[in-house]
Design a binder for this molecule. Structure first.
Ligand code: FES
Ligand code: FES
Length: 163
């Protein structure tokens, strides 16, 4: 089988893949980075979002072979160097932006990509950006709060409208 090489969370990663192997299957199956979840396998739920060369990508929508030479970041690479939670992760914890946690890795990766491009998004911009990330538990309210908090914006009281 052909080999693919990429940099995942700052470390070189090489593996054999079939042409049809999805990036999410390479990450989970070959590299055992199971924090990236599979909710649908059809590009609808966003549970599999990772960063490829700095862009948020649904890892079920791209072949591993397409990522030859790419820089990939998964939820396992999001913590700070000392192991503490990153700002966006801490905000999800502080604002209860999760319940079962299944969608959370994808939410965090999408939110981090949003804040990179738009450091102070409005509530509407957060909701629009996260349209491709589905959550069956939280009702989204606290997820939006968490993203706004991670951007340093006030989220107390009625600052964020309920769903
Ligand atoms: S598993 Fe990729 S979008 Fe649902
Ligand atoms: S926290 Fe359960 S699916 Fe989002």
């Amino acid at each position: 089988m052909p080999k693919v090489s990429m940099v995942v969370n700052g470390e070189a990663a090489t593996g054999e893949v079939e042409g049809r192997t999805l990036l999410v299957d390479f990450l989970r199956g070959s590299l055992r980075l199971t924090g990236t979840h599979v909710g649908c396998d059809t590009s609808q739920c966003g549970a599999c979002v990772v960063h490829v060369n700095g862009e948020a990508v649904k890892a079920c929508s791209i072949f591993a072979a397409e990522c030859e030479g790419a820089e990939v970041k998964t939820i396992e690479g999001m913590a700070n160097a000392d192991g503490s939670l990153s700002t966006i992760q801490q905000a999800f914890q502080d604002h209860h932006g999760l319940q079962c946690g299944f969608c959370t890795p994808g939410m965090v990766m999408s939110a981090a990509a949003l804040l990179k491009d738009n450091p102070k998004p409005t509530e509407a911009e957060v909701r629009h950006y996260l349209e491709g990330n589905l959550c069956r538990c939280t009702g989204y309210h606290n997820i939006v709060k968490a993203v706004l908090a991670a951007s340093g914006q006030e989220v107390g009281g009625a600052a964020v409208a309920a769903e």
